[in-house]
Every structure is written in structure tokens, then in C-alpha cells.
Design a protein around this ligand. Structure first.
Ligand code: NAD
Length: 408
């Protein structure tokens, strides 16, 4: 049977199992080539990693890098739909399946849980899974208990149910204070439309912070601490985006930006409560590059920015996808010869954030992107931007148009 992408309003409703599998294998191969050989000599690399949001995008890349780059035991949590008779599964379902299969084939222990990371139940089940994984891998010395040395929090979700009250909160991507008006690009056909988004009301701001802010990261830290899974070696990371001023009205200064501010607040609090008590090694927010994931195609103005950015970065040979970003984050920031041993040697900006968006934010890149965005029209969009690359990445994230896969 030939499975074709079903796309409505820039959202892809299905996934291709073989294509998703090929995609994961491609990322694994990249990591084996780029991360392992250089880092085999490092004294301190993660041995037991927990990745929350492990099935797609930056979380999947974080898990692949930890496992296939450093041979870490990994426990991954995500929320994915299994296939049914009527519908395909979500891409993350097939990605997880492939990850576990490839890990086992390489002798790497991995446990993947499917469930709501915001719930108390999945936090408790995760603690058991971490202990089980450590035992299975035989990495514990006699009398030693399992300790996580890397905890990556990489959730992106539109909703969250508060485990204490049972109230469900929905996030919204909206500007704050004023209407946002701009041009957006339909990456499927290259057409433009004017969009206008009303400013968020106070409740929408608070709800977005509740869903995408740092509260749940802190709850995870408390749950892991209560289970005795943290150690003075534990490093924890969450991801954020800042981007250029042209996107700030809808992103950094909008509802999602408020949530990301709260993520940074949580990072400070985790460092106060855990790092300064020597209960962990440190917590960081890492700023990543704008990439095509399942959600970025629907944020107004972002497709036009990303297609222009990709064109410029590919021309300058600076382009990276999720796996290249995270491989560089581990190799050149978190686990360098110095920083692997000493957290103070991890390069950070004035706000204690790790910057791996440095190539995207380079002055020459941003200047070229801005110029390009000004001249793009429906007539020249296929030449002046990398709309083809954006569309391919978007389809690939769902397992379609992946090189080497026979779709017939
Ligand atoms: P993504 O949509 O590809 O992945 C999200 C992950 O969260 C998936 O594994 C999904 O299963 C999981 N998830 C969602 N809800 C869940 C729930 N209730 N329980 C368990 N798992 C759940 O997202 P992404 O783009 O990789 O984003 C990850 C992080 O990186 C986010 O914090 C995002 O803001 C940040 N980031 C993204 C970009 C970008 O351009 N995509 C850039 C910089 C930073």
C-alpha cells in the first residue's frame, strides 16, 4: 500500500513508518560519525540519561546523541498515538520504535514510556524505569543505586493538565498588548497571506506559561530527587528559542516568550535549590536554532523567516538540523574536554544560557535574512528562499520524501 501525506492547513495528519525509521537511522549514523570518535577519550560523559519529550525534534536528537554518541543508557518519555485500523500512528511512535530497535541492536539499554509527562503517574513510572534500566545495563557497582547524570526536558505541548487540581490548560501563540499583523507563507504551495492575530487576554498568557513554562520541569526535579535519582553529577537542560527582532512580536514578546521567561526562572530556582546545595551539577536553558518541526509551520511569519534563514545558512555552509545542533551542543558546550569535568567551563551568555543559536544569530546571517525577507514575492519565492528545503524537512518529520525509502 502506498501511504501519501495528508496535509490540512499546514498540519500533516499521518506518518509513514518506514520513512520515520529511515530518518532515525540517518540521525544515528550522523552521531556515530560526528560524536563518538572525538569523544571516546573524555573522562566524563553521560551514562544514564532521561529524556522527557524523546520522540521527535530536539528531544529525539538529545536521546540519539546520548545513546549513540556516548553509549548512555536512556529512558525516554513521550506522548504518541499508536497506529489503529483507521489511522497511522504519530511520527514519534515510529521514531521510538526504531530508536529502541537500533539501540538493542547496538547493545544499548533503552526504555521508552508512552504517557502524559505532566502527570504524577508517569513521573512515578519513570523512576521505576530508570532503576530498571540501570540494573539491566549492569552499570551499578555493588551497593550503588541508579543516578541520572543527564536529564533533558524537551516537551512541546499545546495542553497540560495540572496534576494537583485536574484543571486542563491550553497554550496560545499570540502577541501581547497589540495586534500582530504580518505576511505568512504557505510552504506547501508558496502562496502568501496576510495574517492578523489579536493580542492575548491575561488568562491566555497565564495558561501558556502553565503549559510551556518551567513549573513541570521543577516538578520533575522534585520527583527525581524524592526517588533518590539525582547526584552531584546530574546535569539538566531545557530548550528555548529567542530569534531575531522581526519575530519578537509573536514569539519572544508574546505568550510563548512569557512561558520561556518562566522556563529561565525555573532554571534559576533549580540551581538555587539543587546546584547550590550540591545535589546536582547544574541546570541550563540552551537556546537552539529555529527549525522545522511539527509545530513551526503554523506559527505566523515563522515559515517565511525559516525559509529565508535556511537559504542564507545553506549558502554560507552553516546549516544544521536538530541532530547537528544537539551533537554540537554536547560536543562543544556540555561535554568538552574541560566542561565535561568542570561545569564552570561550560560556555554561557550573561544570562547563564547555553547558546547554540550562535550561527543563526551571527550579524552577517541576520542581515542577509532580513534583506531576503524584504524582497521575497510569490513570483521569486522558490529562488530567493529555501521553501523546498522547509517543505522537505516538514514532510521528512512525518516520514515522507525520505531519501532511500521506496514509497511504492
Ligand atoms: P517536538 O514537537 O518535535 O517534540 C515535542 C516532544 O514532546 C515529543 O516527543 C512529544 O511526544 C512530547 N510531548 C508533548 N506533550 C507531551 C506530554 N503531555 N507528555 C509526554 N510527552 C509529550 O518539539 P521540538 O520542536 O523539538 O521542541 C522541543 C523544545 O525545544 C521546546 O521547548 C521548544 O520550545 C524548543 N525549541 C524548539 C525550536 C524549534 O525551532 N523547533 C527552536 C528552539 C527551541
Amino acid at each position: 500500500m502506498t501511504v501519501k501525506p495528508m496535509i490540512r492547513n499546514n498540519i500533516c495528519l499521518n506518518a509513514h513508518p518506514e520513512g520515520c525509521a529511515a530518518n532515525v537511522r540517518k540521525q544515528i549514523e550522523h552521531v556515530k560519525k560526528k560524536l563518538l570518535p572525538a569523544d571516546a577519550a573524555l573522562a566524563v560523559t553521560p551514562k544514564l540519561a532521561l529524556i522527557v519529550g524523546c520522540s521527535t525534534g530536539y528531544g529525539l536528537a538529545s536521546r540519539i546523541c546520548a545513546a549513540f554518541g556516548y553509549k548512555a543508557v536512556t529512558v525516554g518519555i513521550s506522548f504518541e498515538n499508536e497506529p489503529s485500523e483507521k489511522r497511522s500512528g504519530t511520527p514519534g511512535f515510529y521514531n521510538n520504535e526504531t530508536f529502541d530497535k537500533e539501540a538493542a541492536a547496538s547493545g544499548l539499554v533503552s526504555i521508552t514510556l508512552n504517557g502524559d509527562a505532566f502527570s504524577d503517574e508517569i513521573k512515578a513510572a519513570t523512576a521505576q524505569a530508570v532503576k530498571q534500566a540501570a540494573e539491566k545495563a549492569g552499570i551499578l557497582l555493588p551497593g550503588q543505586s541508579a543516578k541520572i547524570d543527564l536529564f533533558v526536558y524537551s516537551l512541546a505541548s499545546p495542553v497540560r493538565t495540572d496534576p494537583k487540581t485536574g484543571v486542563m490548560y491550553k497554550s496560545a501563540i499570540k502577541p501581547i498588548g497589540t495586534v500582530f499583523s504580518g505576511k505568512t507563507l504557505n510552504m506547501m504551495d508558496g502562496t502568501f497571506s496576510d495574517v492578523s492575530v489579536e493580542p492575548a487576554i491575561e488568562e491566555e498568557i497565564l495558561n501558556t506559561v502553565k503549559v510551556m513554562g518551567g513549573e513541570d520541569w521543577e516538578l520533575w526535579m522534585d520527583a527525581l530527587d524524592n526517588e533518590g535519582l539525582l547526584s552531584p553529577q546530574t546535569r539538566t537542560l531545557a530548550y528555548t528559542y529567542i530569534g531575531p527582532e522581526s519575530s519578537w512580536a509573536i514569539y519572544k514578546n508574546g505568550t510563548i516568550g512569557k512561558a520561556k521567561e518562566d522556563l529561565e526562572r525555573a532554571c534559576c530556582d533549580i540551581n538555587k535549590n539543587y546546584t547550590s546545595q550540591k545535589k546536582i551539577n547544574g541546570a541550563w536553558v540552551a537556546v537552539c536554532k529555529a527549525l522545522v518541526t511539527r509545530s513551526s509551520a503554523v506559527i505566523p511569519t515563522i515559515p517565511l523567516y525559516i525559509t529565508s534563514l535556511f537559504k542564507v545558512m545553506k549558502d554560507k555552509k552553516l546549516h544544521e538540523g536538530c541532530i547537528e545542533q544537539i551533537a554540537r551542543l554536547y560536543r562543544e558546550r556540555l561535554y568538552t574536554a574541560d566542561s565535561a569535568k568542570n561545569a564552570d567551563a561550560i560556555p554561557v551568555d550573561s544570562e547563564n544560557r547555553i547558546r547554540i543559536d550562535d550561527w543563526e544569530m551571527r550579524d552577517d546571517v541576520q542581515k542577509a535574512v532580513l534583506e531576503r525577507m524584504k524582497i521575497v514575492t510569490p513570483e521569486n519565492v522558490f529562488n530567493e528562499t529555501d521553501i523546498a528545503g522547509f517543505k522537505r524537512d516538514f514532510l521528512e518529520a512525518h516520514g515522507f520524501e525520505v531519501e532511500g525509502v521506496n514509497y511504492e
